[in-house]
Design a protein around this ligand. Sequence first.
Ligand code: GLC
Length: 517
Amino acid sequence: METTPWWRDAVVYEIYVRSFADASGDGTGDLAGIRDRLPYLAELGVDAVWLTPFYPSPMADGGYDVADYRDVDPLFGSLADFDDLVADAHAHGLRLMVDIVPNHSSSAHPWFQKALASPRGSQERARYMFRDGGPEGGGSGHGEPNNWLSTFGGPAWTQAPDGQWYLHLFAPEQPDFNWRNPEVREEFLDILRFWLDRGVDGFRIDVAMGLIKEEGLPNTDPGFRARSPIWSRPEVHDIYREWRRVLDSYPGTRVAIGEVWTDSAEDLALYVRPDELHQSFNFAWLEAPWSATAFRKVIDDTLKAVTSPTWVLSNHDVVRHVTRYGQGSLDPEAGLARARAALLAMLALPGSAYLYQGEELGLPEVTDLPPQARQDPIFARSNGEVPGRDGCRVPLPWSGTEPPYGFGPGDGSWLPQPADWADLTAERQAADPASTLWFYRRALRTRRELRGTLPDAITWLESPEETLFFRRGGLICVINCGEGPVALPTHDQVLMTSGPLDGTALPADTAAWLLAG
Ligand code: GLC
């Protein structure tokens, strides 16, 4: 009998489908490529994978602009490939979660095309957020219905040919649905069932806090995050209660994790009430600098607010943490050392952890992509001022000594890979027991061995400034974010470390797992 549901302490690996592995040779990752690499994931020791969108899409936002929620884009394969992938993943002992994008569709979605072709006030328009403009509304002088801004830059409103405006919290090619319309709600319940029937173990819900907008769409203050006319409206929770009933009606344990950006752990907790989502991403750590004080606050706030926490250091939307943690340090190796240390701290905590593809190879952000190669709409919408998210989406290096490093059988990849990644390939690292890949494998295996033996609560031990020492049952985790070595607390055995110890001391930028009686 399963005592703890699988998702509570799972390690989930995010696959950014376009950049994981390319079987077809067109330079873009695909479902068959993922299938080929399942043994790698099983050996890595993760419990589940989450696939970013692979649905038919014009790719205005890398597939987060969905034109058909019930199919696979030919770029990535077919529904038959998807079914094979589910079966193979399960055969490898891996659960499979898919991304669902309910806040907006693609402007190429048939519903939106019909809405554009239909008159003001029509049922077709009522599936999206169409509004008439007003002279004072946006305050921009262009007559938008209000002052809301797109997350990607510029106004959140675009004018249809007949002069009405439609809302898009992201790119203009991503019109927001009207979630107060029962037709939209029914449609998504049906989409959930479509994928559940195909055997998926759960969903990652894109922009989960954005679906419901305040009635009347009042102007907002800049800098909003937690409660605003746009994000985390109370009614959004009714949607997830409905979704939970669908998930619970399926055999096995099917789960949902919400992408919830918020400044408050209490707000996050609302999404994971017992009849709503199983989990919500906790981005607080990913937003924290390399600092023991900051990490301690994240851990304390999270554990106080939620009973089933999640932890995440990187994903396809943020600068890779090797690079984030290296910023401001004169030591070029510091970023990687800190990233490895942070992993040990994260994996020692109660709850589940989300890894982003390539972090097990210690990949840095690619910061020097040529402007003409950049594809993130953020880059174009900011007139090139904001580099955007392409730097963390560069296709993975698998083998060989030059691009495309075994990413696929073709000549290149949709984003160019750096010339100096030969030492970072999975093949090279698999042959080196001191590599980051082997470090991840050991950490994940050790965590598995400890599974079920550790209490959910942690206890803080006294520790020098800019270090954290915490205890979970027989495991003590120590991390040193300070400048010099510190003495380890009393222990029986060093289980593993993120880098070499300095005699018996814990050097700066290093973490360790200790066993104590
Ligand atoms: C989420 C996704 C991001 C996407 C956005 C709009 O934040 O993670 O990649 O651009 O939603 O769908």
